[in-house]
Design a binder for this molecule. Structure first.
Ligand SMILES: O=C(CO)[C@@H](O)[C@H](O)[C@H](O)[C@H](O)COP(=O)(O)O
Ligand SMILES: [Zn+2]
Length: 195
C-alpha cells in the first residue's frame, strides 16, 4: 500500500474517532450520570451487575465486569459484576439445546434478581439474544441499561437507560462504548471510595 494512502487512512480513522467521542459526550453526559447513580445505588443495596454482548461487545462485557470485581484505579472492596459471555459449557449447552437467541436470557432467568442492574451492549441495538435477555431482566424487576449504537434498534424500548452512540460505524461505536465504560467505572469507584 502507498504510504500516503496509509497516512490518510490512519488520519481519517483518528479524526472520525474524535468526532464520535465528542458527539457521545454532548449527547450522553446526562445518561452517563443516571447510569452511575443507578449502579452505585444498586451496589450499596447489595445488588449485582450482569453484563452481555456479542463479538467485540462480549469482550467489552468482560472488560467491564473485570473492572468491578478487580479494580479500576483505586483500592476498594470487590464489587459484584458478572459477564454472561464467558462460560463455554453453558453457552454451548444453552445455544445447542435452546438456541443461540437464548444464551443470555437463560442466564438472566437464573441469576437476575429485583434491583440488579442488567447491561446489554449492542452496536446495532438489534441482537436478538441481548433483546430477549433485557426483556427477561425487566420482567424480573432488574434495571436495564442499553449501551447501544445507530438508532438504538429494538433494544431501546427494553432499556430503562439508553446510552446510544448515534453513528453507523460499528468500530467507532465500540470505541465510544469503551470510553463510556471506563467513565462509568471511574465514577462508580469514586462514589464507592468517598462513602
Ligand atoms: O467487533 C466486531 C466488529 O468491530 C464484531 O465482532 C461485532 O461485535 C459482531 O459482529 C457482533 O455480532 C455485532 O453485534 P451487535 O453489536 O450488533 O449486537
Ligand atoms: Zn471490533
Amino acid at each position: 500500500m502507498v504510504e500516503v494512502f496509509l497516512k490518510d487512512f490512519i488520519h481519517n480513522h483518528f479524526k472520525r474517532h474524535a468526532e464520535v467521542v465528542e458527539m457521545a459526550e454532548k449527547k450522553l453526559t446526562p445518561a452517563i450520570i443516571s447510569t452511575v447513580t443507578v449502579i452505585v445505588a444498586a451496589l450499596n443495596a447489595g445488588k449485582k451487575l450482569l453484563i452481555m454482548g456479542n463479538g467485540g461487545s462480549a469482550a467489552d462485557a468482560q472488560h467491564f465486569a473485570a473492572e468491578f470485581v478487580g479494580r479500576f484505579l483505586r483500592e476498594r472492596r470487590a464489587l459484584p459484576a458478572i459477564a454472561l459471555t464467558t462460560d463455554t459449557s453453558l453457552l454451548t449447552a444453552v445455544g445447542n439445546d435452546f438456541g443461540f437467541d437464548q444464551i443470555f436470557k437463560r442466564q438472566v432467568e437464573a441469576l437476575a434478581q429485583p434491583g440488579d442492574v442488567v447491561i446489554g451492549i449492542s452496536t446495532s441495538g438489534n441482537s436478538a439474544n441481548v433483546a430477549l435477555a433485557m426483556t427477561a431482566a425487566q420482567q424480573l424487576g432488574s434495571t436495564t441499561i442499553g449501551l447501544l449504537g445507530r438508532d438504538g434498534g429494538i433494544i431501546t424500548p427494553l432499556s430503562d437507560i439508553q446510552l446510544t452512540v448515534p453513528v453507523q460505524e460499528t468500530p467507532h461505536i465500540q470505541e465510544a462504548h469503551i470510553t463510556i465504560i471506563h467513565l462509568i467505572c471511574d465514577l462508580v469507584e469514586q462514589a464507592i471510595c468517598s462513602e
